[in-house]
Write a protein that binds this ligand. Structure first.
Ligand code: HEM
Length: 521
């Protein structure tokens, strides 16, 4: 039996909440058997607390690799009622010294997320939905392995329950374009890996199958037409310019808050003709809509989440009532209030569709704006190329949408037994199309891990999905990003990234909480 030090650090739970830990070491240790590091089942550990007292924790289930156990422990600390582990008073543990594959995080802590050695881990242990992998941006080698060895992969056990992973570009296309075998219907589980609680199952057309989906989508489509976008462009440009003109020069600030959020929020307010001074409420409602309730989360319980969403509904109902009694206008609420397929929607369905448009247009564009600054900083040759050739902005935007993949996945539910890539997916199974992986598939995209702003086919990516649900707002998103970059290049030769981004701990929204930047004086 080997004796090693174990340091207790802060980690994230599956719900995204950071769990802070006390204490410094843990002993006795399980033997670290080569790379597999499987502690013995039922072992008891002594954990010194901050006050120096030694308290026991008992692992009641330790047949998972060590890195997974660490995350299960975080889960138990964050959600003590979950029956995975029973702990004394401990929180979470991480091993030191770091083993092969482990890496230093920006804050100096070592994470075991990457320590889950992608090349030797048993395939059946791979769970790419683990939020820690997303917070630490360490999912890449796991997806690479799945694409190579088990492209249609079944994960039997995860926080989100069992699910299939579709990881290759062409298999994702096949699933996304077969809406009969693969349903988006909310009743069956909807479009994300997390099943919604029953009381929060808001109907909206992204989570509907034909014919209802098609009719509702048709109602809002005109706002995304080329002529409508051309009408909106000057206002978006003027608002973008104003945001950029107010940025501090020569000091570090958070790009996410000052630019990405503000720009997308202003765009949403424009789309809905929502009271401009209340626009940050849209951001808040969008964040609540995608938050997983839990201690420390934006909303702690499903009831609290519902209460906030009801506030959102009340505000939008008032706007609906104003617009339904006025002649049809070009804004989205007016379109829904007057549209044949949508004017008789139930309040929950209206809320669902408003929520869809807020979330659809919010997180995605916000994270692409942040991603563009990060990607150009990580690839200074591409940044220089862009400065020298501003006409590359549109293809840089598309390359960033691929590189970032702001929605890491979409989920479907199999409506019958169906074969994909030689595997039989059973009726009722949860199927995750990992766009983030398909976008790095070298069988389809040349040199996919590189960020190249003048690719030959920059719009060849999966980030907007395919088939009947392909993002209805994709041209609006591209227009907004193009306008922002045209305005940025007019003003600032360089935006420097000053530190690591803080990433969202979610396998669905792939984005950033913050990114420190500086515009040199
Ligand atoms: C870079 C920005 C964006 C990305 C990456 C993105 C991504 C996506 C994806 C992956 C889907 C589902 C596709 C599928 O299931 O096959 C989708 C659907 C949708 N998006 Fe976007 N989106 C973006 C911007 C926007 C914007 C700006 C809006 C509107 C304000 C929007 C509104 C929608 C709507 C309403 C749907 C549902 C379409 C349907 O079910 O028919 N999106 N988007």
């Amino acid at each position: 039996m080997g004796i090693n030090l174990i340091t207790i650090v802060s980690r994230s739970c599956y719900c995204g909440r950071k769990v802070r830990f006390q204490g410094a070491s843990l002993s006795p240790l399980p033997s670290l058997n080569g790379r597999s590091r499987r502690p013995l089942s039922g072992q008891t550990f002594q954990v010194p607390t901050q006050a120096g007292l030694v308290e026991p924790i008992h692992l009641v289930q330790v047949d998972l690799p060590a890195s997974r156990q660490v995350r299960e422990l975080s889960l138990a600390a964050c959600h003590p009622t979950l029956p995975l582990y029973r702990l004394g008073s401990a929180n979470s543990v991480s091993e030191t010294p770091p083993g092969p594959g482990s890496y230093a995080m920006p804050d100096g802590a070592n994470t075991l997320a990457a320590d889950f050695d992608a090349d030797v881990a048993p395939l059946e242990d791979i769970d790419v939905s683990d939020v820690e992998l997303w917070r630490t941006d360490s999912h890449w080698p796991l997806f690479e392995r799945l694409r190579r060895e088990d492209p249609v992969h079944y994960c039997r056990q995860s926080f989100f329950g069992p699910y299939w992973s579709i990881t290759r570009y062409n298999d994702i296309m096949a699933v996304d374009t077969d809406h009969e075998a693969f349903s988006s219907e909310a009743e069956l589980g909807g479009i994300a890996i997390l099943d919604p609680g029953s009381e929060l199952r808001l109907p909206n057309f992204i989570a509907m199958d034909p014919p209802k989906h098609d009719a509702q989508r048709k109602t809002v489509s005109p706002i995304f037409s080329p002529s409508s976008l051309a009408r909106m462009e000057p206002l978006i440009r003027e608002r973008a310019g104003r945001i950029l003109d107010e940025l501090p020069i020569g000091e570090t600030f958070d790009w996410v808050d000052r630019v990405s959020i503000e720009l997308t929020t202003q765009m949403l307010a424009t789309l809905f003709d929502f009271p401009f001074e209340d626009r940050r409420k849209l951001t808040y409602w969008s964040d609540v809509a995608t938050a997983i309730p839990g201690p420390g989360s934006l909303v702690e319980t499903e009831d609290a989440k519902l209460a906030v969403l009801m506030e959102c509904l009340a505000a939008f109902t008032q706007l609906w009532n104003e617009r339904v009694n006025a002649p049809p206008q070009g804004d989205l609420i007016s379109m829904l209030a007057h549209g044949e397929a949508t004017r008789n929607m139930s309040p929950m369905e209206y809320l669902g569709n408003v929520g869809l448009l807020i979330v659809g247009g919010n997180d995605t564009t916000r994270n692409t704006i942040t991603g563009s600054v990060l990607a150009l900083n990580q690839n200074p040759d591409q940044y220089a190329k862009l400065r020298a050739n501003p006409e590359l902005i549109p293809s840089m935007v598309s390359e960033t949408v691929r590189w970032q993949t702001p929605l890491a996945h979409m989920r479907r539910t199999a409506t019958r037994d169906v074969e994909v890539g030689g595997k039989t997916i059973k009726k009722g199974d949860k199927v995750i199309m990992w766009y983030v992986s398909g976008n790095r598939d070298d069988a389809v995209i040349e040199n996919p891990n590189a960020y190249i702003i003048d690719r030959e086919r920059p719009r060849q990516h999966l980030s907007f999905g395919f088939g009947i649900h392909r993002c209805v707002g994709n041209r609006l998103a591209e227009m907004q990003l193009r306008v922002v970059w045209e305005e940025i290049l007019k003003r600032f030769p360089v935006i420097e990234v000053m530190g690591e981004p803080e990433r969202v701990a979610s396998p669905f929204v792939k984005g950033y909480h913050s990114l420190p930047v500086r515009i040199p004086a």
